[in-house]
Design a protein. Sequence first.
Length: 89
Amino acid sequence: MQQKINISVLGCCVSRDVLEIDRNNFDIVRHSAFSSPYTILSGNPINLSIETLKLYNLSGFAARCISLDGSKEIIKYISEEKSDWLLLD
């Protein structure tokens, strides 16, 4: 049996969903969306708590991604779990 490939995704859900089709070969380790390379690396960080963002009827996933983008912590979040590949889109 072939070992699964671990992939982290920094990009839209379409990329993640394509990989989800073949769960026998891929494991999605981490995924964050709604950010551009510019916002990840530029500007001043701001604290947007996930709990506050959920008050605006955002899903937990969307709230986490926006919070990570605001705090400039996406790279840290993605790198906390080791993966074989990082898919950027």
